[in-house]
Design a protein around this ligand. Structure first.
Ligand code: ADP
Ligand code: ADP
Length: 228
């Protein structure tokens, strides 16, 4: 579960990017985060995996209290929260297999467990046959599927995707969405910030709209609602 209560975030330069925002997202939900550029979507998302600390308010994610979290607890949070970025962020010198395995090595999983689980998630994203390739040998869509595999390999409770289809063509984006929805069907919360109007309107899920740091819309089967 994700619960934000009266959360605000002020950057050191005085910009208040999130203003008194409260929202609850339950297990099994799929929610889009929409809103104009500069509205605060990235700030909102980064607070959920403790990349940024809230200035005030309370944040609970997967049973962790993020406000009072000690630095040494952050790795435990990161096991429960997988993140996918617009620009993939794969490690270029590691193979597909190694990129995904790395996320399990840092939590000190057993080698046999890693071997089995990595191939399992690569199969889920359709890349088992390319497990020994390097990222630069893959298309953008394939690289994003590796990033998704890496984000889910440790069975997270929450999968956060910040513009995951932003660099992909429409057809490839549909493939990524298929995977995110399949992951969501296994009870994982999927939270996806996006400017992909067509996707939001066609594959309807909960929509949270942020404007000027505030939650201005929260719809169960929402629409994108912007013209960009
Ligand atoms: P979005 O993801 O919706 O485009 P952001 O969360 O990136 O919005 O930005 C929200 C506001 O916070 C904007 O006014 C932006 O300029 C500001 N902002 C974002 N990051 C920083 C930062 N590191 N320091 C200062 N201001 C920032
Ligand atoms: P920083 O040194 O900037 O605090 P972090 O240690 O938080 O960086 O994260 C290191 C890298 O891993 C960054 O690129 C960050 O965006 C990414 N990252 C952070 N959390 C996760 C996660 N749960 N899953 C995947 N990648 C993550």
């Amino acid at each position: 579960m994700i619960r934000m209560t009266n959360v605000s975030k002020e950057y050191p330069n005085g910009v208040t990017a999130i203003k008194d925002l409260s929202v609850t997202i339950d297990a099994g939900e799929f929610a889009y985060i929409v809103g104009p550029s500069g509205a605060g979507k990235s700030t909102f998302i980064k607070m959920l995996y403790h990349q940024l600390k809230a200035t005030s308010g309370e944040i609970e994610v997967a049973g962790f209290d993020l406000v009072n979290m000690k630095d040494r607890e952050v790795p435990y949070l990161r096991r429960k929260v997988g993140v996918v970025f617009q620009d993939f962020k794969l490690l270029p010198r590691l193979t597909v297999f190694e990129n995904v395995a790395y996320a399990m090595e840092v939590i000190e999983a057993e080698p046999e467990v890693i071997q089995k689980r990595v191939l399992e998630v690569l199969e889920l994203v359709g890349l088992k046959a390319k497990n020994d390739r390097f990222p630069n040998e893959l298309s953008g869509g394939e690289q994003q599927r590796v990033a998704v595999a890496r984000a889910i390999v440790n069975y997270p409770e929450v999968l956060i995707a910040d513009e995951p289809t932003g660099n992909l063509d429409p057809e490839t984006s549909e493939g990524i969405m298929d995977i995110l929805e399949a992951i969501n069907n296994k009870e994982t919360i999927v939270l996806m910030a996006t400017h992909n109007r067509q996707m939001v309107n066609e594959r309807t899920h909960r929509v949270l709209a942020i404007e000027d740091g505030r939650l201005v819309r929260d719809e169960k089967e929402g629409e994108y609602g912007y013209e960009d």
